[in-house]
Design a protein around this ligand. Structure first.
Ligand SMILES: [Ca+2]
Length: 268
C-alpha cells in the first residue's frame, strides 16, 4: 500500500501531514457511521450481537395479554338472528356412515339429528351450551360443533379451560366423544392443534347429578410467529338411537383461553 494519498499527485499541493489528518478524520467518521448503522439495525429488531439492544427488542415486541380472550365463554349473552350465543358459531356436521342410501337419508335429516342450544344447567352464571341428540331410525353418529375465532399474540403460550357435563340416557348410547381444541389454520387450510382435550364415555358411564367436570390444559407449544388468530372449538359426537325424553345431552360452560405467562418467546 502506498503511503501517498492517490489524490496527492493530482492536486500536487497537499502536504503529508494534511493527508494523514484527513485519513484519520475520514476513518473516525466511517466508524461513527457503522456504529449508527448497527444501532439502527438493533432498534428495528434485526439480528444483533449487542445483548442490550436484543433485550430491548424482546421486551418491547412480545408482551402477552393475560386477560380473558374468549368472548362470551359462559354463554350468558344470547346471539341475534341465527346465532344462539353471541360470538359463537354453531354447525351441525354431516356424518358419513352406512351405505349410500343411508348416507343420503342421513344427510337429509342431519339437521334433525343433533342441535346445540341453551340450558339452565350451568357451571357458572345461569346459562350453559347444550348439545342434544334427536331420535333416529337406527344407531347413528350425531355430530355438531361450536366455535369462535380468537385473536392471539405470536409467541405466547395459552391455557384452555372449560367445564363439561355429560348426561346420557343410561345405556342408550354407543359412545360419546367431546373434543375441545385450540388450533390455527395454515395457508393450505390445514388445521394445526395447539391444545387438544379429548373426552370419551362408553356405555356404563353413570353421571353424577349436577356433575360438571372442570378441565384445563396448557398448549404444547407457543403460537407460531406468523399466526395471529386461533379457533377455539368444541366438537360433540354421540352415537345413539335417541328419540326419548330426556335425550342424550352434553353441556359445556366456563370456556376460557388465557396466556400462561406475561412474556413470550422472541419472534425477531
Ligand atoms: Ca354460564
Amino acid at each position: 500500500m502506498s503511503n501517498e494519498h492517490p489524490d496527492k499527485k493530482v492536486e500536487g499541493t497537499r502536504h503529508h501531514h494534511d493527508d494523514y489528518e484527513q485519513r484519520i478524520y475520514y476513518l473516525e467518521n466511517e466508524i461513527k457511521r457503522i456504529i449508527d448503522l448497527l444501532k439502527e439495525c438493533c432498534d428495528k429488531g434485526k439480528h444483533c450481537d449487542n445483548e442490550k439492544y436484543y433485550e430491548k427488542e424482546k421486551s418491547a415486541c412480545h408482551a402477552c395479554r393475560t386477560t380473558e380472550l374468549v368472548k362470551n365463554g359462559g354463554f350468558e349473552v344470547p346471539g341475534d338472528g341465527e346465532n344462539t350465543f353471541k360470538f359463537w358459531t354453531i354447525e351441525i356436521i354431516e356424518v358419513e356412515n352406512g351405505n349410500q342410501q343411508q348416507q343420503q337419508q342421513a344427510a337429509k335429516r342431519q339437521e334433525e339429528l343433533a342441535s346445540i342450544g341453551a340450558t339452565d344447567d350451568s357451571y357458572e352464571g345461569v346459562v350453559a351450551a347444550q348439545f342434544t341428540t334427536e331420535g333416529s331410525a337406527e344407531r347413528t353418529e350425531k355430530k355438531a360443533r361450536i366455535f369462535q375465532e380468537v385473536p392471539v399474540t405470536s409467541g405466547c403460550l395459552y391455557r384452555l379451560s372449560f367445564a363439561e357435563n355429560f348426561l346420557p340416557l343410561l345405556g342408550d348410547f354407543d359412545f360419546g366423544e367431546l373434543t375441545a381444541r385450540v388450533y390455527y389454520t395454515g395457508p393450505d387450510s390445514t388445521q394445526y392443534d395447539l391444545i387438544k382435550i379429548f373426552i370419551r364415555h362408553d356405555p356404563g358411564f353413570e353421571p353424577i347429578p349436577t356433575g360438571y367436570t372442570y378441565h384445563q390444559k396448557v398448549a404444547d407449544a407457543p403460537v407460531p410467529c406468523t399466526v395471529s388468530t386461533v379457533t377455539v372449538e368444541f366438537l360433540f359426537n354421540i352415537s345413539d338411537i335417541g328419540g326419548q325424553d330426556p335425550d342424550n345431552e352434553w353441556h359445556i360452560d366456563g370456556v376460557s383461553l388465557r396466556s400462561e405467562y406475561a412474556t413470550a418467546i422472541c419472534c425477531s
